[in-house]
Design a protein around this ligand. Structure first.
Ligand code: MF3
Ligand code: CO
Length: 290
């Protein structure tokens, strides 16, 4: 990395001198790095201008999820959800990030019951009374990415499924509360994992959260099965998703060989997921999209 003198402008583009901006930050990161702690690269640290642009993208993402929340219900097909997402996103000037992403054919992921994630909307699948469904929205605006998801209970849902949806939400929220500057991603994982196991559930291991903002999926990978005090250091400016998939039964999953996308629980028992996009700040955290 090119050395910046303290009187030169900071690399973050704040307009302030490096000496009164990120100099101490860089020293601190170097100190951790020397102790063999995993630290984010500079390109993972969002600048104030990037954060502002990502928040504009997130405004659309949140509005789209709100729109889905108002219109979802029994009898609606997942294709109709896809249509809603495409229409609302583009009306607001955004692009649905999943559309054509690595060949994904639709604008949103709709994952029902035993589908863990990456469910493909279809005209053939109506939402039925008793279903639980995750709607995972991601938006691109001016090249900046936002990503979050919510669960919806369709009609009269069993107590068992309601409990799964509630605990999955609590897992995400407890993880979120652990986000603090100079903490570790393992602290988030620990909160998620502990709460899930306490409730008799298992957390999916092979799929997790991710850095997001400049690209759809950036480093770091956000696992929920690493230990407290391990994993990447949460430096201010790091932005990522917390999106644990909580399974009623086994944590094991498999991908549908027919479409290469849809992920199911191995035992076909229900799974639930809530996703939040979060920024680590100097004081704590800021929710970017939810
Ligand atoms: N939104 C999902 C995530 O949380 C990504 C879905 S990729 C897609 O990472 F192409 F399947 F939409
Ligand atoms: Co995501």
């Amino acid at each position: 990395m090119k050395r910046i003198r303290p009187e030169e402008p900071c690399w973050c583009g704040s307009g302030k001198n490096y000496g009164e901006c990120h100099l101490e930050f860089d020293k601190k990161l170097k100190m951790y790095k020397n102790k063999h702690i995993k630290v984010p690269d500079r390109n993972m640290i969002k600048t104030p201008a990037q954060v502002a642009a990502i928040k504009e993208s997130a405004k659309i993402n949140i509005a789209v999820l709100d729109h889905v929340a108002e219109n979802i219900g029994p009898g609606i097909t997942t294709q109709e959800i896809d249509d809603m997402v495409y229409k609302k996103t583009t009306e607001m000037g955004g692009i649905p990030a999943p559309l054509n992403y690595e060949g994904f054919p639709k604008s949103v992921c709709t994952s029902i019951n035993e589908v863990v994630c990456h469910g493909i909307p279809s005209e053939d699948r109506k939402l039925l009374d008793g279903d639980i469904v995750n709607v995972d929205c991601s938006t691109i605006l001016d090249g900046y990415f936002s990503d979050s998801s919510r669960m919806f209970e369709i009609g009269d849902v069993s107590e068992e499924r309601k409990r799964l949806v509630r605990v999955a939400k609590e897992c995400m929220e407890l993880g979120l509360e652990r986000v603090k500057p100079w903490g570790f991603l393992g602290d988030v994982a620990d909160a998620v994992q502990t709460h899930a196991v306490k409730n008799g559930y298992q957390v999916v291991r092979t799929i997790g959260g991710h850095g997001v903002g400049i690209a759809f999926h950036e480093e770091p990978f956000v696992s929920y099965v690493i230990r407290k005090g391990t994993g990447m250091l949460m430096a201010p400016g790091l932005m990522f998703t917390i999106e644990p998939m909580i399974n009623t039964g086994t944590h094991a999953v498999f991908t549908d060989p027919k479409d290469n996308w849809t992920v199911y629980t191995k035992d076909r028992k229900p799974s639930a997921q809530w996703e939040v996009q979060v920024l680590v700040t100097d004081e704590g955290y800021e929710v970017i999209s939810y």
